[in-house]
Structure formats: structure tokens, C-alpha cells
Design a protein around this ligand. Structure first.
Ligand code: AMP
Length: 204
């Protein structure tokens, strides 16, 4: 199987991954998949839904095997119903992989072209954004101060090492405190450059 051509939107909770992922996914030939949304779509009455509630309500990651399997199954459905066409679409992922073990499991499935790191060293700004989102989107995991702190801690301990895993050739740091449209302009500039380079090499 050919690997999926993939862009990762990466950053701490509250850094704007969802907004940027959705924006990029709205452009023809890009398909956005947010792992958190895949989990939130599961019926909480099912054993898997219960697992999600158990871990997310503590601000922790759901175990890797379950997560990657769920994400992959969801993606394969999208291939089957033709909403994701891997032969012409680039995949835009946010929220996965979330640690090195997931990245290793996913190595045979995705070909990572770039990692857009939405950087926000000022944690108080992230906390503020998460609090606002909790009210707007009714996100229980963002409503509680200690869960927010745990989510940020999980990011520091488990997710951040992915920046070294992918390395400086793939990682593109973007200041996440800028206006969303400015952040998006930086992402789209790089993506457009890649698309043109691919087209030129295909014509060669
Ligand atoms: P998010 O909306 O991406 O912040 O995800 C909300 C919650 O879903 C996280 O706090 C985790 O409990 C769970 N989750 C989402 N993506 C992953 C992942 N890749 N690995 C493990 N857990 C995840």
C-alpha cells in the first residue's frame, strides 16, 4: 500500500491545531482528520467510548494501540466512501501522532511531508484559550483547571519529543499567538511551495 502524503498540525492543547487543520482541509485536494473528533464521535455508552471518557477526563492520552487502530479504521472508511482520495489528496492530521510510539506505529501508513508546529511558549495564553473553548464548545476536558494543567503536562512529556523525532528538516515552527489568518498564511505558503515542487518534478 502506498503511504498517505501527510501534513501534521502539531502543538499544545489550545494552540489552534483544529482551526488550522479545518482551514487547510477545506481546500480541494486536502483531507483533514482530527483524532480528538474521531474519539468524540464515539458513543460514550460503548466500551471504547467509556475508555475515551476515562482518559480524556483526566487529561491523559488514550492507549496507543487502541488510538491508532481507531484512527486507521476511521480513515479507511473515508477512503471507502471516497471522502478521502489518497491518490490525489494530502492528509492533514491534527492530534495524532501524539507520542513517539504512535509515530512509530504510523510509520508504515503515513509519509510525513511537514510538521507545522504551532508554538506558544506562554502557557497562560493556552490556558485562557482552553477556558474559552470549554464554554463555547462544551468541552468538559477543558473546563477544569487541573485537567487543563494535566493536558499541558502530557503535551510537554509525551508529545513534544515528536519535534526531535521528526527533526528540523520537517518541522516548521509558527508563532501560534498570531492571528489565525496569519498562521494560516504561513502554512499555506509552505504547502503551496511543496505542491509546485511536486508538480515540477512530475513534469520532469
Ligand atoms: P484533543 O481534542 O485533540 O485535544 O483530544 C482530546 C482527548 O482525546 C485527549 O486529551 C486524549 O484523551 C484523547 N486523544 C486525542 N487524540 C489522541 C491521541 N492521538 N492519542 C491518545 N489520546 C488522544
Amino acid at each position: 500500500m502506498e503511504k498517505y502524503r501527510t501534513y501534521l498540525i502539531f502543538g499544545a492543547p489550545g494552540s489552534g491545531k483544529g482551526t488550522q487543520g479545518k482551514s487547510l482541509g477545506s481546500i480541494p485536494r486536502f483531507f483533514h482528520c482530527a483524532c480528538g473528533d474521531v474519539f468524540r464521535a464515539i458513543d460514550t455508552g460503548t466500551p471504547l467510548g467509556q475508555k475515551f471518557v476515562e482518559y480524556s477526563s483526566r487529561g491523559e492520552l488514550v492507549p496507543d494501540e487502541i488510538t491508532v487502530k481507531l484512527w486507521h479504521t476511521r480513515l479507511e472508511h473515508c477512503v471507502d466512501d471516497h471522502s478521502f482520495k489518497p491518490d490525489i489528496d494530502s492528509l492533514v492530521l491534527d492530534g495524532i501522532p501524539r507520542n513517539i510510539s504512535q509515530a512509530e506505529i504510523m510509520r508504515d501508513i503515513i509519509d510525513v511531508k511537514r510538521v507545522f508546529h504551532l508554538s506558544c511558549p506562554d502557557r497562560s495564553k493556552l490556558v485562557e484559550r482552553l477556558r474559552k473553548r470549554a464554554i463555547k464548545d462544551n468541552r468538559l476536558d477543558d473546563a477544569n483547571e487541573s485537567v487543563i494543567r494535566q493536558r499541558l503536562e502530557t503535551y510537554e512529556q509525551e508529545s513534544k519529543p515528536l519535534l526531535d523525532f521528526y527533526g528540523p528538516d520537517l518541522v516548521c515552527n509558527i508563532d501560534a499567538t498570531q492571528l489565525p489568518v496569519v498562521v494560516f498564511s504561513k502554512i499555506i505558503e509552505m504547502v503551496a511551495r511543496d505542491a509546485e515542487a511536486d508538480l515540477a518534478s512530475a513534469l520532469r
